[in-house]
Design a protein around this ligand. Structure first.
Ligand code: ADP
Ligand code: MG
Length: 702
């Protein structure tokens, strides 16, 4: 039996703090269990009552003669620990703690103690600070929300209790089917990952929908998502640029954004929802329909307008429509007048009635070319919306085809809404506009892609790395009391993991600089090295393209003058003499140590792309080469990497390797590295690789 069974599927429930007084949570929970027709015993616990709502009441949990699976806490916060001890002693395993007044108001210690007590006797805590839990299969409404939700196959897990209460009745209005509805509250013990794990193995649940405010353990969350093997929809609220101000590196200032959460959820095989509506729309389809196994989607419509809107939306959501092959078009042709269009969208025209829809639907269902279907309908005077809905239902039954997803988009008034109900009752997701329908279909496609990948982890660690040397570079900087590595140190660190950094040597004097320049070969670049100067150009601390000894000497003196003027008391380590890398496309890669997900790498194009357009993308580290290639394709500036205006394609493969190696470096040394930046990397055409010309590493405070 799953450890969380007593929490989510209890056979017997005690309500601690059950009450005879109307309007109290203690009474509402008791009443809800009775009204929901909970089949097992309900034990109201109240020292001052012998009977509550017709049920025998007990003074304490210890007085209940039979074992109890779950206890719902409806007592004031100062009674919770005492109740927890009694419950633990009585063998209760599911602690459903509705009571507020814990970590959310600063009482973290009491909350930790509550968990300790419960876990000490093999139990689990959900909450505190929750509305409760609702399970349709168990007929258990262990909450103070109005009713058990509309029956269906989505498990809805929400950190916000108010949202649970609000959505409870929405489920009826929208016929949004729910298996369980869980309020997570403070997540002192049971968190999103636990719920995902439980509902992944729950036979009554086909889709898991999450309303997230914050994830406590990013790693556990991502693991759970990958292992679930079931569609998960994630809606994240409250994404802001928090923490960005404190970040010292360029990458840092771009992190903390919605992009990190989005990347993490995607890597965890969760389908991202942009808002509440989107979450409900996508979950509806995922719970009702099979996944979309290929890219060939057909829209059948009686209206050109909604067909075109559907086509636009399909493209927007990553499943662009393709023209049907000639033989498929010929089949559709049979069910439309001459002025119809059999291409895709398949426009059977406004005059079409039930027969036209039936023919086109059956054709699409039986046609092997078609992977998924959108049945679109504009409410017209010549047709009745429910007739079209029934035609679709009938055809699905007749053909017996169950592995091809179908979504419906009915645009119209009362008639269409009525048809929508008919469709939803037959497990066909119904939407009132093309965008929602295509977004839902795209979610079914994404779910299929995640299934194909499975829980396989594709990152293979590099073995040709020198972790020991990397650690010693950091240890030396720490020993010198520094919070960041200097550029030569950072480059040396990068080189330990095989990143192609420019050759360089640190010179203390002009003579040394000339000597190193001759060794490296002209032209060279000179750069100031000082822990007090992070942005070298700003301080006049960079001189490029120095072609001879004379230029090096002059450059050396100019830099020294500039930086003294910039910051008189700066601690100067010397001047770095670097190999001058040939011109190339400037790109930037870097990393942050995300508060939730840990080491996270970033990629973007340099210059205005990153600074103004913030055209960057993130992944939780470590990442494979394939993943690093996908990152490059994801940015808006990707065509630049493909080569514009006659330029050759850039060396995306080598860059991907560099990104993947950096992801391993920051994962291996995650206890030490807060942020890294390779800004810029000069990227050359295919086969010519890239050079890291600037490197920055910020250490984690100890
Ligand atoms: P900072 O970012 O601290 O101002 P950088 O090391 O990035 O300093 O140098 C500033 C610019 O100089 C870079 O963006 C790059 O265009 C150029 N540059 C620096 N080092 C090299 C080099 N070794 N080869 C070619 N160009 C370089
Ligand atoms: Mg730089």
């Amino acid at each position: 039996m799953h450890e969380l069974e007593p929490v989510f599927n209890p056979r017997s429930i005690a309500v601690i703090g059950a009450s005879r007084r109307e309007g109290t949570i203690g009474q509402q929970v008791t009443k809800n269990l009775i009204d929901g027709k909970f089949p097992g015993p309900i034990y109201p616990i109240n020292p001052g009552a012998t009977e509550i709502l017709g049920l025998k009441a007990y003074p304490s949990i210890g007085d209940v003669p039979e074992p109890v699976d779950a206890a719902v806490y409806c007592v004031p916060a100062d009674k919770v620990l005492e109740v927890a001890r009694q419950c633990a002693k009585a063998g209760v395993k599911g602690h459903i703690v509705i009571t507020s007044g814990f970590a959310e108001v600063g009482n973290k210690r009491e909350e930790d103690e509550l968990v300790q007590i419960a876990k000490g006797s093999g139990g689990r805590v959900i909450g505190p600070n929750i509305v409760g839990t609702m399970s349709n299969p168990a007929k258990a409404n262990a909450s103070f929300a109005p009713v058990l939700p509309y029956v269906g196959q989505t498990a809805l897990i929400s950190q916000s209790g108010a949202l649970i209460i609000a959505l409870d009745t929405v489920t009826y209005a929208r016929k949004f089917g729910v298996s369980s509805m869980i309020s997570l509250g403070n997540m002192a013990d049971v968190d999103f990952a636990d719920c995902i794990e439980y509902y992944a193995q729950d036979m009554n649940t086909k889709c898991i929908a999450l309303y997230i405010e914050g994830v406590k353990n990013g790693y556990k969350f991502m693991q759970a998502g990958r292992w679930a093997g079931k569609p998960i929809v994630a809606l994240k609220a409250g994404v802001s640029a928090h923490g960005a101000a404190a970040a010292a590196s360029h990458t840092g200032s771009l992190a903390g954004s919605v992009k990190v959460y989005q990347a993490a959820c995607n890597q965890a095989h969760m389908i991202w929802a942009t808002d509440l509506e989107d979450m409900l729309n996508k979950s509806q389809a995922l719970a009702m329909q099979p996944v979309l196994k290929g890219d060939k989607v057909v829209i059948i419509t009686n209206g050109g307008g909604i067909g075109v809107l559907g086509s636009d939306a399909a493209e927007r959501h990553g499943i662009p429509l393709q023209a049907a092959p000639a033989d498929v078009q010929a089949q559709f042709r049979k069910f439309m007048p001459d002025f119809g269009s059999p291409k895709n969208p398949v426009d059977i025209t406004g005059g079409s009635g039930v027969a036209g829809y039936e023919g086109a639907i059956e054709t699409a269902l039986r046609c092997p070319w078609v992977d998924g279907i959108g049945v679109f309908y504009c409410e017209t005077a010549v047709t009745k919306a429910t007739d079209i809905a029934n035609a679709l239902i009938t055809k699905l039954k007749e053909t017996g085809i169950t592995d091809k997803p179908v979504v419906a988009c009915f645009v119209g008034g009362a008639g269409s809404v009525e048809a929508g109900k008919v469709l939803l009752e037959a497990s066909i997701p119904y939407y009132d506009c093309p965008n929602k329908a295509m977004s839902a279909l795209a979610a079914l496609r994404q779910a299929s892609r995640f299934q194909e990948v499975g829980c396989k982890v594709d990152f293979e660690p590099y073995t040709d790395v020198d972790k020991r040397k990397a650690r010693s570079i950091i240890a030396a900087a720490r020993a010198a009391g520094r919070k960041a590595l200097t550029e030569p140190e950072a480059k040396e660190l990068f080189a330990c993991y095989g990143l192609p950094v420019t050759k360089s040597s640190l010179a203390k004097t002009e003579e040394e600089a000339v000597h190193f320049a001759q060794e490296i070969g002209f032209p060279v670049v000179l750069k100031i090295v000082s822990p007090d100067i992070l942005h070298k150009s700003d301080a006049g601390g960079v001189r490029v393209n120095l072609k001879d000894a004379e230029a090096v000497c002059a450059g050396f003196r100019a830099i020294m003058e500039n930086v003294r003027r910039y910051k008189a008391d700066a601690d100067l380590h010397g001047i770095l003499v670097c190999e001058m890398a040939p011109l190339g496309s400037e790109v930037i890669i870097g990393s942050v140590n995300d508060a939730t997900f840990g080491p996270t790498v970033m990629f973007g194009l340099g210059g205005v792309f990153v600074e103004v357009l913030k055209d960057v993308t993130f992944r939780v580290a470590p990442i494979s080469i394939e993943c690093a290639l996908a990152m490059q394709q994801e940015i808006k500036g990707y065509p630049m990497l493909q080569g514009v205006r006659g330029e050759k394609r850039r060396d995306q493969e080598v860059l991907a390797g560099v990104l993947s190696r950096l992801s391993q470096l920051v994962s291996d040394l995650e206890d030490d590295i807060a942020e890294t930046d390779a800004n810029p990397i000069l990227l050359y055409e295919e086969g010519k690789g890239c050079r890291v010309v600037d490197a920055r590493v910020i250490l984690k405070p100890r």
